[in-house]
Design a protein around this ligand. Structure first.
Ligand SMILES: Cc1cc2nc3c(=O)[nH]c(=O)nc-3n(C[C@H](O)[C@H](O)[C@H](O)COP(=O)(O)OP(=O)(O)OC[C@H]3O[C@@H](n4cnc5c(N)ncnc54)[C@H](O)[C@@H]3O)c2cc1C
Length: 256
């Protein structure tokens, strides 16, 4: 059941993913009716953090965990501290375990295909920066539900220290059969790809992930495609997949 009223959660853990990005683990109240579908977002607010009109400052954040994680009583938001002027993102990075974070939702139609529908031939995820957040929730869901469908993740970020969820995603590529991971560095023009122990994991290619799509994706192959990142990256990816012959209804996108 969706909760439209504001739900108080307790911040239990803060995981430093990169110098500018943290994952905030939020514990739900016991017997909370909150539910969501992988890929959706919530509106977050902080008690007492008000705008000039005296109303709560609210921002949208994709749920980066899986609906399956709700069974353990938590959800996660992965938030970039945007720096100068980042009103809410700076404030939440000052929160500490034990603090209350309010959420309402879920919202949005960027949703992983449910497991009771016929599966696609492949899941193909394309992300840059914090756009990895909802895709990580989807990927966790596919793996936790043991869906027997190959997964490809093409992920772009600026420089080596900006790889969000590095350990978790690397572990998937090394351990899970049928999981392909390719990462690209947009700010390291002379980056040398790192040696990889497995052929399905290529790390640190040079250039924007959108520029690499033509060499990574050769033909329309029945994949469900999920793209998330800044508008320019999402637009370029969408154009690429349309021109590569993927039907529009298979290409899903979220941008911010
Ligand atoms: C559906 C949806 C899902 C989202 N999911 C996430 C998520 O999972 N993780 C996440 O970190 N954000 C996410 N966002 C963005 C988030 O809602 C906020 O916009 C963001 O945190 C900035 O809010 P702020 O109050 O800190 O900045 P504001 O005070 O609103 O903006 C301050 C300045 O920062 C600039 N700015 C805003 N965002 C960025 C950015 N990402 N990089 C650089 N400059 C920026 C603005 O242009 C502005 O000049 C999502 C947005 C939407 C619409």
């Amino acid at each position: 059941m969706a909760v439209r009223e504001v739900l108080p959660t307790t911040l239990t853990d803060i995981i430093q993913e990169t110098p500018r990005v943290c994952t905030f683990r939020l514990a739900l109240p016991e017997q909370s009716p909150f539910s969501f579908r992988a890929g959706q977002f919530v509106m977050a607010s902080i008690p007492g953090f008000l705008n000039t009109k005296g109303r709560p400052v609210r921002r949208a954040y994709s749920v980066a965990s899986s609906p399956r994680d709700l069974e353990k009583g938590f959800l996660e938001l992965t938030i970039t501290r945007v720096g100068d002027g980042g009103f809410f993102s700076n404030r939440i990075h000052e929160c500490r375990p034990g603090d209350t974070i309010n959420i309402d939702g879920p919202y949005g139609s960027f949703i992983l295909r449910p497991s009771d529908e016929p599966p696609p031939e492949r899941y193909l995820f394309v992300a840059s920066g914090s756009g990895i957040a909802p895709l990580r929730g989807m990927i966790r869901t596919i793996l936790m539900e043991d869906r027997k469908v190959p997964v490809s993740l093409y992920y772009g970020y600026r420089s080596p220290s900006d790889f969000i969820f590095e350990k978790e995603l690397t572990d998937y590529a090394l351990v899970r059969s049928g999981f392909e991971l390719v990462t690209a560095l947009s700010r390291s023009e002379k980056a040398m790809p790192e040696e990889s122990p497995v052929p399905n994991f290529r790390k640190g290619l040079s250039g924007r992930i959108t520029r690499l799509l033509p060499e990574l994706v050769r033909e329309a192959d029945g994949a469900d495609i999920y793209i998330c990142g800044p508008p320019e990256m999402v637009g370029q990816s969408e154009t690429f997949f349309r021109e590569a012959g993927y039907p529009e209804e298979r290409v899903h996108k979220e941008q911010w």
